[in-house]
Design a protein around this ligand. Structure first.
Ligand SMILES: *[C@@H]1O[C@H](CO)[C@@H](O)[C@H](O)[C@H]1NC(C)=O
Ligand SMILES: *[C@@H]1O[C@H](CO)[C@@H](O)[C@H](O)[C@H]1NC(C)=O
Length: 338
């Protein structure tokens, strides 16, 4: 009898001990993972306290990513990236930058020049047509709006002239300050288009290079105005069919919700994630297609460098049967006209 109780107690304590041990192993695993991540992304913290705080955020993000990836049949994956020690608020402030507030300077064009387009191929990649420059990196400045506008202008310039020229985001950041654009604190692509029309041109990346911070508008640097546009138009709102007709004709600037956990840690596949329509980020649609598993997608150029997502691109589900499109991609789409 005595020995049975002993065995019983032994089993209980044994289980408790191994539970405690596995928790410790898990914690150690996370600490190690964080250390490695700090090396990989060259991250340093000012104090032990700061490091402790960051470790906790890292842990939450890591656990989210792992449980997502272990969650079974998904069309996309998440992974740790340079944003892994940031809270959502910090992330939105530093890496997105689409602002809903502030009216565009002039009344928006109501015409839609592609309304009768009928030649829409089943898939299209403007990169293959030579109309897309390499993925750029906005860094710690919320001026996605400038990158989105520039990519759309680079596209139409190449389509119309045959020359692919990398154009200046910094000129927009410094000089397109009307209509509620606030530099690294956010802005809208339509204001950027308005500026380029009024200014009668945009110069090259090389002449007016990116500084990751807003500076005084420099008229000397923009003498060589290589790209001009005549107007811009809005894609009819919440209409993915209309968006398709435009993207079949040229790259398009779009606003999206770009700050959720799924979006932030997306590492490849067709994004079908948890994503609403609180527009916070701006990107450029440079194509579309259908994946092997049969999901329609938009091919989206981001401005978070070439290492994120699919070499800097995201495939966002198209025709997701969500009002405004997944992540609100069809809500505020616009394109420059040359
Ligand atoms: C996984 O998802 C795809 C499409 O989302 C579906 O076609 C397939 O049947 C699913 N597979 C399993 C095992 O559930
Ligand atoms: C589209 O077709 C309609 C009917 O033929 C025509 O009235 C309209 O002007 C066309 N729109 C454009 C932008 O060509």
């Amino acid at each position: 009898m005595m020995s049975l109780i002993h065995v019983f107690l032994f089993l209980i304590f044994g289980t408790l001990a191994s539970l405690a041990m596995s928790r410790t192993i898990h914690e150690t695993f996370i600490v190690d993972k964080h250390e490695q991540w700090m090396v990989d992304y060259n991250r340093k913290y000012e104090s032990k306290l700061e490091k402790e705080k960051r470790l906790n955020i890292f842990k939450e993000n890591l656990e989210y990513i792992e449980s997502f990836n272990n969650g079974g049949n998904r069309s996309f994956k998440l992974s740790l990236n340079e944003f892994a020690d940031m809270t959502q608020d910090k992330f939105i402030a530093a890496h997105t930058g689409y602002k809903m507030q502030g009216n565009p300077t002039l009344s928006e064009s109501t015409s839609f020049m592609y309304q009768n387009v009928s030649d829409v191929p089943t898939s299209l990649d403007w990169r293959a047509q030579g109309a897309v420059t390499p993925v750029k990196f906005q860094g710690q400045c919320g001026c996605c709006w400038a990158f989105s506008a520039v990519a759309a202008i680079e596209g139409i310039v190449q389509i119309k002239t045959g020359s692919l020229i990398s154009l200046s985001e910094q000129q927009l950041l410094d000089c397109s300050t009307d209509g509620g654009n606030r530099g690294c604190d956010g802005g809208q692509m339509v204001n950027a288009f308005e500026y380029v029309i009024r200014n009668q041109g945009l110069t090259t990346e090389e002449s007016y290079p990116y500084q990751e911070t807003q500076e005084t508008c420099d008229t000397e640097k923009q003498i060589n105005k290589v790209a001009t546009i005549n107007e811009y138009q809005m894609v009819p709102e919440n209409d993915e069919e209309a968006l398709l007709m435009v993207v079949a004709s040229q790259p398009v600037s779009v606003a999206i919700e770009g700050h959720g956990q799924d979006f932030r840690f997306y590492s490849g596949g067709v994004f079908t994630g948890d994503c609403g329509n609180a527009l916070s980020h701006a990107v450029t649609v440079v194509g579309y297609g259908t994946s092997e598993e049969g999901l329609n997608y938009w091919l989206v150029k981001n401005s978070w460098g070439e290492t994120l997502g699919e070499n800097g691109y995201i495939r966002i589900q198209r025709d997701a049967n969500t009002p405004g499109g997944l992540c609100g991609i069809a809500m505020k789409a616009s394109y420059p006209v040359m």
